[in-house]
Design a protein around this ligand. Structure first.
Ligand code: NAP
Length: 470
């Protein structure tokens, strides 16, 4: 048996440390050896809750099952882990130390597999792994308020799209220094569109776990109800913390009605994530006369955001717009926003609409600067979702095993709405928690005057009045 005793001091209160740790699936955010972790047992973590934890050991993925054996609410968590050639009993004790917390970690590891052959080597390995895990935990719990800047490596990679592409896979996410979501959002309201599956559902689930009242917007009552149940199961929150609003965002009247209903129910909205999006191979127009790709990716976020401005302003809230790296390849075509001219190409239409959304984001940031609402856009990386499998089957087949999962794709959208560091940034385009340039190829830069024209066009076409100046 290998016995480990370690402790760290974390600049965070005991209650927050306990709340974060008791859902042990957060270990994927702070333990560098953990590839993925998931809570198997729906609901709030308690004695008997089980977690599936996939660790990377010697370049191979191994599965462990953890179970909460006992809890001293607010002060101690005892877990038992089995798998990957070991059985462990791990006790995490939290001791108040002024405003900070001392985390005492005690674990007994019994090695049953290959690791058991050489006890000194195994001890060194376990010492190293637990040390790295605790250092990661300390970083995850400490709140960094410094807004991130683009590093020189990103700067070079961004200017050669091909060099940047590998980071769009899960490799990019796994290399992130900080994957933590530990800044709780009790008493805040978050609205996420397109949260009946894929990245949007993962975004909603993480916000709900952070304690936000989470409203998911979707077009199908049954899919909405099923998604709300999954989000509650993941977050372990009370039923009333996750609510739904039904609207087909391809329909102008329904989108406006959704905005009105949201403002009536929530006079203060802290975060709006315009995540719903789609890529259509064939050209068709909505009942309101918009080309569908343009309608869902640009018109709907416009209508919803403008409609929610009173509630977003009241909370000095944040808007997160889900764009795509595909937008780098296309300019904004102001003269033909509905792609009525030339041969229709769904991928181009999608990239143009996402480019428009990024331009609009920057415009909103300027236009509404005095409201205190911030606007940022982002790219989630390449993520394995039903949407990708359906709209880009070739891409999905070729890159399948390298793609991110939905939680990886959701990471930056949660960080932008939840973290204090991101609250200090306005009008930027993010990928993996860092700002990136919006135009790399010639003639793809959108000038402020063009973004203003886009805004004016959308106002005229949708009849939305706007709440800002100019
Ligand atoms: N996956 C990627 O690699 C990737 C890369 C770059 C950007 N993105 C962007 O990330 C966002 C999420 O993508 P995803 O891959 O998670 O897509 P997804 O699996 O297709 O999910 C799209 C979501 O949007 C909803 N939606 C679509 N049309 C709607 C409508 N008319 N009204 C209301 N809701 C509607 C869908 O609801 P239903 O359940 O009703 O269909 C679903 O919840 C999109 O904006 C996408 O463009 C994704």
């Amino acid at each position: 048996m290998i016995r480990i005793r370690k402790s760290i001091r974390v600049a965070r209160g005991v209650a927050d440390c306990y709340r974060y740790l008791v859902d042990f699936s957060t270990s994927e955010q702070w333990d560098p050896a953990v590839y993925r972790a998931a809570k198997r047992t729906p609901g709030a973590p308690g004695v008997g809750t089980e977690f599936d934890v996939t660790v990377s050991l010697f370049g191979r993925r191994r599965e462990l099952r953890y179970r909460i054996e006992s809890l001293a609410p607010g002060t101690a968590i005892v877990l038992c882990g089995t798998g990957a050639g070991m059985v462990s009993e791990e006790r995490i004790e939290l001791v108040a130390d002024g405003d900070a917390t001392t985390v005492e970690y005690r674990a007994d590891f019994t090695l049953t597999g290959l690791l058991g052959w050489s006890k000194p080597a195994a001890r060194a390995l376990v010492e190293r792994m637990t040390g790295a895990a605790l250092a990661g935990l300390r970083d995850a719990l400490e709140i960094d308020t410094t807004p991130p800047r683009q590093g020189w490596r990103d700067y070079i990679a961004d200017r050669s799209l091909i060099a940047a592409a590998p980071s769009f896979t899960e490799r990019g996410y796994l290399a992130l220094d900080d994957k933590a979501h530990s800044e709780f959002m009790d008493d805040r309201v978050v609205v996420v569109t397109g949260a009946t599956g894929g990245i949007g559902e993962a975004i909603a689930a993480e916000y709900a776990r952070l304690g936000a009242t989470t409203v998911i917007v979707g077009r199908d009552a049954q899919r909405l109800a099923a998604a709300a149940t999954r989000v509650r199961d993941f977050a372990g929150c009370a039923a009333e913390r996750v609510t739904t609003v039904e609207a087909d965002l391809l329909d102008l009247a329904q989108t406006r009605a959704a905005a009105d209903a949201l403002v009536a129910a929530h006079p203060r909205i802290d975060v709006l994530v315009n995540n719903a999006g789609a890529l259509f191979a064939e050209r068709a127009t909505t009942a309101d006369g918009f080309e569908r790709t343009f309608a869902i990716n640009l018109v709907a976020p416009f209508v919803l955001t403008e409609g929610l401005m009173p509630a977003l302003g009241a909370a000095r809230g944040r808007v997160v717009n889900m764009s795509s790296g595909g937008m780098y390849l296309q300019p904004l075509v102001l003269a033909d926003l509905n792609f009525a001219e030339g041969r229709f190409d769904g991928t181009k239409a999608y990239a143009r609409a996402k480019r428009g959304l990024v331009a609009l984001t920057r415009h909103w940031a300027r236009r509404y600067a005095e409201t205190g609402v911030t606007f940022n856009a982002m790219h989630p990386g390449w993520v394995a979702t039903a949407g990708v499998a359906q709209s880009l089957p070739g891409f999905n087949r070729a890159l399948g095993r390298f793609l991110r999962d939905a939680r990886m794709g959701a990471d930056t959208a949660v960080w932008l709405g939840a973290s204090r560091a991101a609250g200090r940034i306005n009008g930027e385009f993010f990928f993996d928690r860092r700002p990136h340039p919006t135009a790399v190829l010639p003639n793809t830069r959108v000038r402020p005057s063009e973004a203003q024209q886009l805004h004016g066009w959308l106002r005229n076409a949708t009849g939305m009045d706007g709440h800002g100046v100019g």
